[in-house]
Design a protein around this ligand. Sequence first.
Ligand code: PLP
Length: 380
Amino acid sequence: MKQIPMLDLRLEYEYMKAEVDARIGKCLEHQKWILGPEVEEFERAVAGYLKVDNCIGVSSGTDALLIALRALAIKTKGQEYFDAADEVITTPFTFTATGDAILRAGAKAVFVDIEPGTFNIDTSQMRSYLAGENKVVGIIAVHLYGQSCNMDKIMKIAREHNLFVVEDVAQAFGGRWGEKKLGTIGDAGAFSFFPSKNLGGFGDGGMIATNDGQTAELARMLLKHGGRDKYNVEHIGYNSRLDTLQAAVLLAKFKYVDKFNENRRKIARVYTEGLCGISGLACPVEYPNTYHVYHQYTVRIAAGRRDEIKGKLAKRGADSVVYYPLPLHKMKVFAGRAAAGSNLEQAERASQEVLSLPIEPLLGEQEQLFVCRNIRELLS
Ligand SMILES: *Cc1c(COP(=O)(O)O)cnc(C)c1O
C-alpha cells in the first residue's frame, strides 16, 4: 500500500476531471481573465447555497478576513483603519492569518482561551474579559477543524457589548450552526479556497459573505483598489480579485462539496469507532447543534507521546499533521501587538497534544482502518 497522504488532490481531480477541464476550456475560449463571468456566477452560486444576500470573491482567505475588517472599520468608525488601541477578541489556537488580519486592519488582538472539547473559543472567558475594563470593538469567531463555535452565545455577547462579529470560515465551508450555514451568522464570514480546504481551488482564493449591504459595497471597493472606479478611488484598497480561472475550477468542484463533506463525516465515524477507548487518546466530539464538516479529524494524544506517535505512524505508512504547533500568542509577530484576555493554558496544552489524521474525502475504507489499527498498536 502506498503512503496514505493527508489529502490526495490528484485523486479528486481525476474524479471530476471532465467538469473541471470543461470549465477551464471555457475560460480559454473567452479570455476574460480579470473578473470574468465565472467570478460572478460563482459568487451567485455560493450566495444561494449559503442563503446570504452578498458573496464577494477575493484573492485569499487572508484577504477575506482583512477586507471584512477594513470594511467594518470604515463602516463603524468612519476611518480607514482601526485605532491601535481598538481590541479584537479571537482565539490563539488558529492559523496565523486570523490574528495577522487584526494587526493589518490596525487593531490589537486579544487572545482568549479555548474550550478543551471543541478547540474553539471559550465564551465564558470572553465574558470575563469583557466584564473588566477593555476597548473591544469586535470578535473573530474561528470555526476550527470544521466545527462551529457556539454562535448563540457569541452573538448574544456581541449584542450586549455592541461588537461586530467576523466568522473565520476558512475550515468550515458547508458547516452549520443549527439550520444556519456558517459565515452567515455574524456581520461577515471569511472563506478560503486554498487548495486543501473543504472547497479548494487550484491556487489561492477567498470570499466574503455578508447580509449587510454597506459592508458588501465597501468590500467590493477595497478589493479593487478602494473605489467603484479604479481611476478615482476613495479608500486605501488592494488588488485582491478572485481569479477567473480559480472561480471556474471552484464552480466545477462546488457541485461535490456537500457529498465530500458527507464523506469526511463518514471517515470521522470510522475513525471514532476504531479509535475510541484507546487509553492516552481522545477523539473529537461533535457538539449538539453543529454540523461538523471535519476539515480535520483531530485527536489528542496525551503525556508527551504525540510527536513519537506521529513519527512512527509515518514510518508505518500514514501521514498526519500538527495543526497548530504554536499558539499565536507565542509568535514574535504578536509580541507587543496583542494581549492575553485570559490565561491561555488550554490553547498551549492543545498545541502539545493535537494530531490531525488523513481525511481525504475519497480515502478508501481499507486505508481508514489501517490508520486506526496502527494508532491502536502504537499506543498499546
Ligand atoms: C487557511 C486559513 C486562513 C487563510 O486562508 P488563505 O486562503 O490561506 O489565505 C485563515 N484562517 C484559517 C483558520 C485558515 O485555516
